[in-house]
Design a protein around this ligand. Structure first.
Ligand SMILES: Cc1ncc(COP(=O)(O)O)c(C=O)c1O
Length: 402
């Protein structure tokens, strides 16, 4: 293994011709610590945000022991790295075979549902396991906000979630069958409105009150989901502590534990993506890089945030921050014309073919969603000790290349 002291040295030493995700476990530690210290309940992690084994290990080493899993593969992955983990199978729509695998083989006792049909699937899997099986299992009803607060980015409420009235009926039915019960929601990814969590916790309290004389005391938990943002330089996102305060405030009269399962907020800031410019045409604002929306940039067409950038020349020297800059269009590596970044990117006017662009905050929903379209390999993830920070902070240090 070769180690490099900076991105500049990495470029000089390796001249990487394919994209690299430079990943820092130390950054995960920092974010996990914030949640473990200040979130008013238990913090889990949504594995789907980055299932790379190095990332999974870093999250576990940072102290996370509860996980939102969406598939058999994620179940096996987490149990392989942390056999004592608590797993919540919170995908609201599951294959019957996966429910059976989760309950019988992996010992999972927590599932999310949002309709009677999904309840029937789970009940059929447990049929024959006896009343004790139901008593051991928490079914958490996913509900949706019927008046979404407009959190700035994509909502999950069109795809999943019972209306509050339906959720109350389902909760009663689930409890009547002998299961333990919970409530959950997802307030929209990269959420920018801490009060939307408070609104949804209030809604959960109302649903529990409609269902049970004991209200929230009858619940095993309220899961406030993911959605917590990461922080782009100069972005409009409030600080995490504002979200924690809003949740703590709304939860002060709740009689059951509060849990959460962020994805992006724990891992987005832990990786930067190093890409190379494969072509700049003369007098043309289009730059063609060796990565794109079928790789690490899958999310960019759908969101209004864009990673910060830093430019390096082909021999690894960072372009000066104070030079002349222009707006460029970034086009992706495949032949597909959809393959481009939606927003223009400000880069040194002199940038050209063979130079490098480092994109920050690329640790969530990047390698996790990358494809092999056009025969191209997803970006390789490598470990670094310290990550480049923005706006003008330290550049990455101690990069380890196999
Ligand atoms: C059930 C569930 N929980 C948590 C998350 C994580 O969301 P985020 O990355 O916005 O925190 C997701 C994302 O898809 C999800 O589906």
């Amino acid at each position: 293994m070769t180690s490099y002291a900076s991105v500049s040295e990495l470029i000089r030493g390796e001249a990487p011709d394919s994209p690299l995700l430079c990943f820092s476990p130390a950054s995960i530690n920092e974010r996990v610590k914030q949640f473990l210290t200040h979130f008013p309940g238990e913090t889990g992690w949504a594995v789907k945000s980055n299932p790379h084994p190095l990332v999974v290990r870093a999250v576990i080493e940072a102290g996370i022991r509860a996980f939102d899993v969406a598939s058999r593969h994620e179940i096996d992955l987490i149990l392989q790295h942390c056999p004592s983990a608590t797993l919540h199978f919170n995908h609201p729509v599951k294959a019957p075979e996966d429910i059976a695998y989760a309950w019988h083989s992996a010992g999972i006792r927590s599932f999310a549902i949002d309709c009677p049909e999904e309840l029937e699937k789970i009940d059929a899997v447990l049929d024959g396991a006896g009343e004790e099986a139901r008593r051991d299992t928490v079914l958490t009803i996913r509900f949706r906000n019927t008046r979404p607060a407009g959190t700035g980015n994509y909502s999950f409420d069109e795809k999943f979630g019972a209306r509050p009235g339906e959720a109350a009926g389902l909760l009663r039915r689930v409890a009547g069958l002998g299961y333990r019960t919970g409530l959950t929601f997802h307030p929209g990814s990269q959420n920018r409105d801490p009060e939307s969590y408070a609104t949804l916790v209030d809604l959960a309290r109302g649903i529990a009150a409609e269902s049970f004389a004991r209200g929230t005391a009858a619940l095993a938990h309220i899961n406030v989901g993911g959605g917590f943002p990461c922080f782009y330089p100069g972005g409009p996102e409030p600080e995490l502590k504002t979200y924690f305060a809003a949740i703590a405030n709304a939860a002060s009269s709740i009689a059951c534990p509060i849990i959460c399962e962020p994805g992006r907020a724990l891992v987005a800031e832990s990786a930067n993506l190093l890409t190379r410019i494969n072509l700049r045409r003369k007098d043309d604002p289009r730059l063609y890089i060796n990565e794109g929306i079928y790789g690490s940039f899958m999310e960019t067409p759908f969101v209004d945030f864009q990673p910060p950038v830093r430019a390096y020349s082909a021999d690894g020297r960072p372009f000066p921050e104070a030079g002349t800059y222009d707006d460029f269009q970034i086009w992706g590596a495949t032949c597909d014309s959809l393959d481009r970044l939606r927003m223009p990117v400000s880069l040194p006017s002199a940038i050209g073919t063979g130079d490098f662009i480092e994109f920050g905050m690329m640790g969530a929903y990047t390698n996790a969603t990358a494809t092999h379209f056009n025969g191209m390999e997803p970006a390789r993830l490598i470990a670094i000790d310290e990550i480049t920070s923005w706006p003008v902070g330290a550049t990455a240090a101690q990069i380890h290349c196999e």
